[in-house]
Design a protein around this ligand. Structure first.
Ligand code: G4P
Ligand code: G4P
Lengths: 192, 192
């Protein structure tokens, strides 16, 4: 997605060989127009998949998921990483391991929100080692719903998440695949 | 806002005299069409305020804030409650006390995102005791930016936050004001 890649090149900051900071338009400040274009792109790619719900994870997944849901006209559910005032029982839960923090945490969605007739599109901002996406996929499947695929804004192609998840048969559509962050520059994989 | 009040009456669950659950369209599952209407309403009320940025707080504030930002064509910043991979230094911080948890926590926004020439609209999903909104207001003012007002989706009029914040001179626009949750029913305050 050209507009996204241009934004990454213009405003992205390479923090290390493995971390790209995009806080000015995706992870802290959000560019609504860009999110709308991202939503249009995901919606176009999945328009024939019979999507009935979108599932994402708080917090950075919410904006791209919401715009996609607006165009596909389906509800958007965000999995929670912590209990909330109103989300405490009757839950679908999956465990997500963090390599950085070296700890596991649960993510949850209410059982009321997903049913076996649902066809779900997973959406998230980053795909790196894939633990969060695997957790969402697992959680949705516990409800009996079908996962049609995943929409990822930025995939780090040099990490193993994308490869492992596609090897398991999930369709993953990434709008930008970063092949390398070495030497302070962002190199994108060629569009296939 | 009629559409919102009808949705609350139809899908809201009164959990106690003081807590209203709206997880099917605002706090866990999100209704994108409703969020778009909420965005249009906030944008209409603040269209002449010279807004340059919207500031909200993760997670439930993001959806209404994003839709408002799309219509006003301004960036949307979400304050974080916890450190993230890319938000760790150069921060504006405010403390928010939780009566329920009886503990204080910090919320943060990067100093890079707010400047003294900014005119900010604060947005959040609920206004109850007002601690989160006061924190956001405090944090934005530390940057030198002006706070034009706050847009709240659901205000609990029987709690003190709204009254205190308006008494301090902040313009607060709430799309639904819940006057009472007693006896399991939702009673709205009259439209002024
Ligand atoms: N900016 C940026 N973020 C990255 C990058 N690689 C991974 N992330 C994000 O960092 C967070 C790291 O999650 P961890 O759970 O600690 O995962 P880990 O296994 O990679 O260590 C996740 O944020 P999250 O769950 O999405 O958090 P939130 O933003 O939704 O709060 C993930 O999306 C990167 O190169 N740049
Ligand atoms: N559904 C619902 N929520 C209420 C109600 N009253 C307050 N809240 C929300 O509950 C959370 C309670 O926050 P606390 O920080 O513990 O505040 P407290 O002083 O009211 O105890 C906040 O969620 P938050 O920070 O917005 O969390 P998040 O949803 O963004 O993750 C607030 O918006 C209510 O009647 N119904």
């Amino acid at each position: 997605m050209k507009m996204l890649k241009e934004k990454i090149q213009k405003e992205g900051i390479v923090l290390s060989d493995t971390v790209l900071k995009v806080d000015t338009f995706l992870n802290h400040q959000i560019d609504p127009q860009l999110m709308q274009e991202i939503g249009k792109e995901f919606a176009a790619r999945f328009k024939d998949a019979g999507i009935t719900k979108i599932v994402t994870i708080e917090s950075s997944g919410i904006a791209p998921a919401l715009m996609t849901g607006l165009i596909l006209d389906v509800p958007v559910i965000f999995a929670r990483k912590r209990k909330s005032l109103t989300l405490s029982d009757n839950l679908l839960t999956a465990t997500v391991y963090s390599f950085t923090k070296q700890e596991s945490n649960d993510i949850s969605v209410s059982k009321d929100m997903l049913h076996e007739e649902d066809v779900v599109l997973l959406i998230d901002d980053f795909l790196a080692n894939g633990q969060a996406l695997k957790g969402l996929n697992d959680l949705v499947k516990q409800s009996g719903a079908q996962v049609a695929g995943a929409g990822i804004v930025i995939e780090k192609g040099f990490q193993t998440g994308g490869k492992e998840i596609r090897a398991n048969g999930l369709r993953v559509e990434s709008l930008a695949i970063v092949e390398s962050l070495v030497n302070g520059g962002v190199v994108f994989a060629e569009e296939s």
